[in-house]
Design a protein around this ligand. Structure first.
Ligand code: HEC
Ligand code: HEC
Ligand code: HEC
Ligand code: HEC
Length: 435
């Protein structure tokens, strides 16, 4: 069993904490007063030794003006350093207490979070990673036309969303051109391999990959060549058919984690250069899976017997909401781990992780305590943000916990969360106008 050490015990001085600015300030004071205390402690020791020596010399030569002078000098210095030391120590203690309070009681020296993963969990992680990649295998893309054979209403809905519309207008937008220019790139945006993984779908056309649509069915549900014949084959019981389709690359909607993590891969931008140099947005502002999936994007016609666009049940939305908050934390940690310098990208990812953390705290409080969430909260508080390896491992740990959460909960016991779920009127119903 591999131990994933999340907390570095010596992270004390390096820790950037929950409220990054506040914590950084108090961390600065802790460092400053620790140094000062050490300095005065040393000076005090020297003064005391010299005072003792001078006193001994004076005892031997009671009338020596020289030794009288030294005794006077070193007793005054001793007093001065005692006072300075005491002040520095008082301030050090105050700063430590402040730091502990702003960083959630954890200053890096706390009990390490148990991040042991079982063999089963490690296998799970491996399995998830193979399904994770955003990159669609263009040789296995069948395009929206294929889905339209049976999912016409879904296609109609999709056509009105920015996922589809981006195909027609992204390359014409000023902003897009500016981003390319900032990056020192030229040529067609549709052929820019930095852009097409997130904005487009490619298919194999006459032996070559070609962009054929925006973010398509398969961007979210997986390139379909190997699973499309399986997923609707009613001669096989659903309980066998769906896992089979998933093994062939389908992001099935039964698996809330899988379908949600897709969104976060694109909507948190895992590319520092694209943001800092290109000027691309550092991810969607306040992306939240329920709000963003249940408005204009929703296309639940299978559940609606092919006639109505079914609203997901409150039970499902609760699970989605929690999984989304976990994913937000996961992807912001992955983003921080990718950052190589201070800047807009790093700042956005730090901010995002704080927001996700606070949302999880609120969810946890409301729900009366969900063990998977609690584990993440403890993990986050003890995290050393300066250690990239720790951050990446923490993100993997969250993957597992979020995955387990979606498997262990059907939402029926989470009704206490309804108060924190986004209301329908806050859903994304309309595309944001773009320049
Ligand atoms: C030949 C018809 C057909 C085609 C083509 C087809 N589907 Fe389906 N799809 C179905 C049927 C029928 C169901 C409902 C299956 C069930 O009830 O178990 C379904 C269900 C789904 C589901 C819901 C998940 C589930 O299992 O409940 C998704 C997602 C999906 N299809 C995506 C796609 C995508 C993406 C494409 C295009 C690449 C596509 N389908 C092409 C017939 C089709
Ligand atoms: C990791 C995924 C990802 C990559 C890579 C990516 N984008 Fe985006 N882009 C997005 C998402 C998600 C949005 C929507 C952001 C929002 O919610 O406002 C977006 C929005 C945009 C917008 C509109 C937002 C605005 O600021 O006006 C432009 C323009 C844009 N992208 C251009 C590009 C170009 C050009 C490239 C390639 C050089 C690129 N993007 C690469 C994911 C990506
Ligand atoms: C942006 C990502 C995304 C895109 C693009 C997308 N889907 Fe989905 N799809 C989802 C999500 C998320 C759900 C589950 C929503 C829910 O549970 O409320 C879903 C659900 C479904 C379902 C199951 C609906 C039900 O009633 O259970 C089908 C079928 C489906 N999608 C087909 C398609 C087809 C066909 C397209 C292309 C026209 C498409 N999807 C495009 C994300 C996407
Ligand atoms: C393959 C990348 C990709 C995936 C996966 C993806 N999106 Fe998007 N999404 C985009 C891009 C790119 C845009 C912006 C398109 C533009 O404006 O040019 C966008 C825009 C949106 C918008 C419109 C936002 C606005 O302000 O107009 C919504 C809502 C949205 N996505 C929801 C989702 C949800 C929910 C999921 C997951 C179920 C998801 N997306 C998955 C790339 C993606």
């Amino acid at each position: 069993m591999k131990h994933l050490s999340i907390i570095s015990l010596i992270s004390f001085f390096a820790m950037i904490s929950l409220q990054a600015d506040e914590a950084a300030k108090w961390q600065g004071y802790v460092t400053q007063y620790t140094k000062l205390s050490a300095k005065y402690q040393k000076a005090l020791g020297t003064a005391q030794v010299r005072l003792k020596k001078s006193k001994a010399q004076l005892a031997k030569n009671p009338s020596s003006a020289k030794w009288q002078g030294y005794v006077k000098k070193y007793s005054s210095l001793t007093k001065k350093y005692q006072k300075a030391l005491s002040t520095a120590q008082t301030r050090l203690n105050k700063a430590k207490a402040k730091l502990a309070s702003v960083s959630g009681g954890n200053t890096g020296g706390g009990k390490p979070v148990n991040t042991n993963l079982s063999a089963e969990e490690l296998a799970m992680l491996k399995d998830i990673k193979t399904q994770k990649s955003l990159k669609l295998d263009h040789t296995k893309v069948l395009t929206v036309n294929k889905c339209a054979d049976c999912h016409k209403r879904e296609v109609q809905v999709w056509k009105k969303t920015p996922h589809s519309l981006t195909f027609k207008d992204l390359h014409k937008r000023k902003r897009a051109k500016q981003i390319q220019k900032n990056l020192g790139m030229s040529g067609s945006i549709k052929r820019n391999d930095l852009c097409y993984n997130c904005h487009y779908t490619r298919d194999e056309v006459r032996g070559k990959p070609k962009v054929i649509s925006g973010v398509s069915c398969e961007s979210c549900h997986g390139a379909s060549q190997d699973w499309v014949e399986i997923h609707n084959d009613k001669t096989i019981p659903r309980a066998q058919r769906i896992p089979k389709a998933m093994a062939k690359g389908m992001n099935n909607t039964d698996d809330v984690y899988l379908i949600a993590q897709n969104c976060y891969q694109c909507h948190s931008i895992p590319n520092e250069n694209l943001v800092n140099v290109g000027g691309h947005k550092a991810g969607s502002d306040a992306f939240e899976i329920v709000r963003w999936s249940q408005g204009m994007v929703r296309h639940n016609f299978v559940r609606g017997n092919n006639t109505a666009n079914f609203k997901s049940t409150p039970e499902r939305l609760r699970v989605m909401f929690v999984a989304g908050a976990m994913l937000d934390l996961e992807y912001s940690l992955r983003g921080i781990a990718l950052a190589t310098k201070k800047g807009r990208y790093f700042d956005s990812m730090m901010k995002r992780s704080n927001v996700a953390f606070k949302r999880l705290m609120a969810v946890n409080k409301k729900s009366g305590g969900v063990s998977e969430i609690q584990e993440l909260l403890t993990l986050f508080k003890g995290l050393n943000f300066n250690n990239k390896k720790d951050l990446a491992q923490a993100a993997d740990f969250i993957t597992i916990k979020a995955r387990k959460f979606t498997k262990n909960h059907d939402g029926s016991k989470l009704s206490s969360l309804d108060g924190v779920l986004p209301p329908e009127k806050s859903y994304k119903w309309k595309p944001t106008p773009r320049k």
